[in-house]
Design a protein around this ligand. Structure first.
Ligand code: PLP
Length: 441
């Protein structure tokens, strides 16, 4: 018996697309129907080279057999298990496996379903941790201008991207922001920029303004991805760590993008050799296949909650799908794939080749900066006067037509290919982008 539908299946009206120019898309859809390894297939049968690992998440490439099989097997064996007051083995196994590759000192994993939830979870743990230790005046949260911490109210409050904040009311109170680290004198730097470490000292000013005893946590992306790839100046993260430690403030690294090999180490904390108190992650945790996020914490954070009567819940927080069995199966198979193929360090091996290719775009029209590290890169274009974002958007549409997937934020093109990319594919990606940029008006 056919369903009584109000619309045809190929009618694009009903789906209100996220972070999308809906009207442009629906007039000229970019429809993806299949994916394998480094490529997507479009509905009109074209192959698109993936220059962005989907949305910074398919670090092992697409439809990898181990992950596909693990998900298929798990969904047939146990599709769901209650997340509260119940457990299943894969959730514990995956937590241990994450701890194994995380920076020394990280010992616990709290599951959620996305980067946004991981951020809100970490902020809540920070507030509750101080309170558990009798330090309940510590309620202020500090983020950074141009930071992206997802779209929950906590995340947009500490985040610093104006379009993600301005129409959503007054947000959380008691939030302050560090200055961003995008300095013109660092233009065309290869790797970490030389200038800007002292921007971390602004934290001293903010702490002096409010009193250290009121500040709970600082959250930053060790490398800011979504705003258009801003690398930490040399010494900057070390300085943030020193200042937060000095004042008893927790430091949270949002590693939703940098986690799982993007910079050439499992986590950016290891790459920069700076140890935060908590790490948020998502995306590459399951290779993007099943939604999953996590907050990683030290024993010091976790153990402070393990007090009081044993039958009482220690942290009143969690999600219906925290540690979902199918997501855990995907996570375990993803970590196996990363390990078998050496993907968590592969970005370091390809970094010089990637960097040289990317900086080869320097003299193309409207290019005002190029930034890179690991297997991540950004090409910043001068905006068209009065039409910010238009130049990069046109490049994005043309790039898709030319067979490559790139990402844009404002007039910045960001690249973050799957970590399985080879040198010929780097040449193809950057060569096609060069042709697109040559035609950019
Ligand atoms: C650093 C960072 N934090 C949080 C998020 C939000 O993740 P999600 O879209 O899974 O909620 C993102 C997404 O790009 C991110 O880059």
């Amino acid at each position: 018996m056919p369903l009584d539908r109000k619309s045809a299946p190929n009618d694009l009206r009903a789906f209100w697309m996220p972070f999308t120019a809906n009207r442009q898309f629906k007039s000229q859809p970019r429809m993806l129907v299949a994916a394998k390894d480094m490529h997507y297939t479009t509905s009109d049968g074209r192959q698109i080279l993936d220059g962005t690992a989907g949305l910074w998440c398919c670090n092992a490439g697409h439809c990898r057999p181990r992950i596909t099989e693990a998900v298929q097997t798990q969904v047939a064996e146990m599709d769901y298990a209650p997340a509260f007051q119940m457990g299943h083995p894969l959730a514990f196994e995956l937590a241990n496996r994450i701890v194994d590759i995380a920076p020394d000192g990280i010992e616990h994993v709290f599951y959620c379903n996305s980067g946004s939830e991981a951020v809100d979870t970490a902020l809540k743990i920070a507030l509750a941790w101080h309170r558990a230790r009798g330090d309940s005046a510590r309620t202020r949260l500090i983020g950074r201008e141009r930071g992206y911490h997802g779209v929950g109210f906590g995340g947009i409050s500490v985040g610093g991207i104006v379009n993600n904040r301005r129409v959503f009311g007054s947000l959380l109170t008691g939030v302050d922001h560090l200055p961003h680290t995008h300095l013109p004198e660092n233009a065309f730097t290869k790797g970490q920029p030389d200038h800007g470490a002292t921007l971390a000292d602004e934290l001293e000013r903010i702490v002096a303004l409010h009193g250290a005893e009121t500040v709970a946590a600082v959250i930053v992306e060790p490398m800011a991805g979504s705003t258009g790839v801003l690398l930490p100046p040399k010494g900057y993260l070390q300085r943030l760590r020193e200042i937060t430690r000095k004042h008893g403030i927790l430091l949270i690294f949002d590693e939703v993008i940098t986690g799982f090999g993007r910079l050439g180490s499992p986590f950016a904390a290891q790459h920069f050799d700076v140890m935060p108190d908590m790490i948020t992650c998502a995306k590459g945790l399951t290779n993007g296949v099943i939604p999953m996020g996590a907050v990683l914490t030290t024993a010091e954070i976790h153990d402070a909650f393990m007090q009081g009567p044993e039958h009482v819940i220690e942290l009143f927080h969690g999600y219906t799908y925290s540690g979902n069995p199918v997501a855990c199966a995907a996570g375990l198979a993803t970590l196996d794939t990363y390990a078998e193929e050496g993907l968590l360090t592969r970005a370091a091996e390809l970094e010089t080749y990637w960097q040289d290719a990317l900086h080869g775009l320097k003299d193309l029209p409207h290019v005002i900066d190029i930034r890179n590290m690991g297997l991540i890169g950004a090409v910043e274009l001068a905006p068209i006067e009065g039409q910010p974002g238009k130049r990069a958007f046109d490049a994005f549409v043309r790039a898709f037509e030319a067979g490559i997937m790139i990402r844009i934020t404002g007039d910045i093109i960001a690249l973050s290919p799957p970590l399985i990319i080879d040198k010929d594919q780097i040449d193809e990606l950057i060569g096609t982008l060069a042709e697109v940029l040559k035609q950019t008006g």
